[in-house]
Design a protein around this ligand. Structure first.
Ligand SMILES: *[C@@H]1O[C@H](CO)[C@@H](O)[C@H](O)[C@H]1NC(C)=O
Ligand SMILES: *[C@@H]1O[C@H](CO)[C@@H](O)[C@H](O)[C@H]1NC(C)=O
Ligand SMILES: *[C@@H]1O[C@H](CO)[C@@H](O)[C@H](O)[C@H]1NC(C)=O
Length: 357
């Protein structure tokens, strides 16, 4: 602030100096040529008052140098051009060579970082220079505070709470959910080094999965399995896999899925009639072991309780269990409203066929 005030005084002195009306020995500059000059139009140049007529005087007009100006004419005042700016007239009146201080509203600052700029009322009745544009104030600490380095592998391993600037501390937790081994908290020292080494995340392992009855694990059995380890499963003969063929140890120590089941096949609970298996009509004793694998559908023929015909009813084999449908032989308990299918045969003929074989 002290420095800014000193600068302002210096600036004021310089501006006042240039407005000195001394024609001959004054510090007034030579009129600058168009390209070097910021002021658009300059009044007529002169060397003495005599050249300027009765209403004008030969006065120093900033970059315009000595010019014929009417000292009583004023520059625009008050000014309301921009809501971010605060204007203060330093001179008593806004007339020729009057000074105007331009501040930014609190919290904003001039592009050069100064608090104030000074504009002078020129001979062309305009304030010198351009209207400044205020920007967000940049506090003395606007340069980001120094920080301690956080290597990429640390950022990728941990969720870090707090910030890594000098004089502050951070806390670590493992992204994988594993335990932190080492100091959970760290402090960024003045020389931008960490007080403690970064911790590590305890490596997670998967526990042996539940055993699969009637199944084999196609892997070396271990007491714990490292991340990304795969276990493949096979079922014993005549058992069918129900679930994933492979499970993988995930980085959080869980398996990608529950182990599968090995499901048993079912005895076809029919002896005296044919059934449909896989779309083919067969005698149960023609099927290997008279059994179907887990998940297989078996279609039975049921006798219609009233009509002399049969209709079909399907049942699925589930892990060794396959029941005959309610309507099947000797179990016609409820009078289910059924439709005899076109493919169904009269029951008599079926019975007859049975006896023939
Ligand atoms: C940083 O400062 C700490 C504590 O003042 C000190 O123990 C450590 O040796 C310094 N490290 C370096 C690289 O200067
Ligand atoms: C492990 O990660 C998997 C997949 O991201 C998720 O489904 C499972 O719930 C996690 N297990 C634990 C114990 O966090
Ligand atoms: C058995 O039938 C069910 C229901 O109609 C069907 O979803 C399943 O795919 C069938 N199974 C086989 C092995 O055809």
């Amino acid at each position: 602030m002290m420095m800014d005030s000193a600068l302002l005084l210096l600036l004021l002195w310089a501006l006042i100096g240039t407005t000195s009306p001394q024609a001959s020995a004054g510090p007034c500059v030579e009129r600058l040529q168009g390209g070097e000059r910021k002021t658009r139009a300059c009044p007529r140049t002169c060397k003495s008052d005599a050249e300027c007529g009765s209403k004008r005087q030969c006065l120093c007009d900033g970059e315009c140098g000595l010019s014929c100006v009417a000292p009583g004419r004023t520059c625009p005042w008050p000014l309301h051009s921009n809501e971010n700016l605060v204007f203060r007239l330093v001179s008593a009146t806004p007339s020729f060579s009057a000074l105007l201080e331009v501040h930014c509203k609190p919290g904003l600052t001039l592009p050069d970082g100064l608090d104030v700029t000074v504009r002078r009322c020129q001979g062309d009745r305009q304030w010198s220079g351009d209207e400044p544009i205020c920007a967000e104030a940049q506090s003395p600490g606007h340069t980001p505070p120094p920080t301690c380095p956080l290597p990429e592998e640390v950022i990728n391993t941990f969720s870090i709470h707090g910030d890594a600037s000098v004089g502050t501390s951070i806390r670590y937790s493992c992204l994988s959910g594993a335990d932190v081994v080492g100091s959970r908290e760290n402090f960024c020292q003045d020389n931008q080094t960490w007080m403690h080494p970064h911790p590590v995340c305890k490596k997670l392992f998967c526990q042996p999965p539940k055993e699969v009855q009637q199944g084999y694990v196609v892997a070396v059995q271990k007491t714990e399995y490292e991340v990304a380890f795969d276990i493949h499963y096979l079922c014993k003969k005549n058992y069918r896999l129900d679930g994933p063929q492979k499970i993988t140890c995930l980085s959080n120590g869980s398996w990608s899925a529950s182990p599968p089941h090995c499901r048993a096949r079912c005895v076809i609970p029919a002896e005296r009639s044919r059934v449909v298996i896989g779309g083919v009509k067969r005698w149960p004793f023609d099927v290997t072991d008279a059994m179907v694998p887990h998940g297989e559908n078996v279609t039975f023929y049921c006798k219609h309780p009233k009509k002399q015909c049969s209709f079909t009813a399907a049942q699925a084999c589930f892990d060794g269990k396959l029941q005959t449908p309610e309507c099947y032989l000797g179990k016609p308990k409820q009078a289910v409203p059924v439709i005899c299918t076109r493919t169904s045969q009269p029951l008599l003929r079926q019975r007859l066929l049975y006896f023939l074989f």
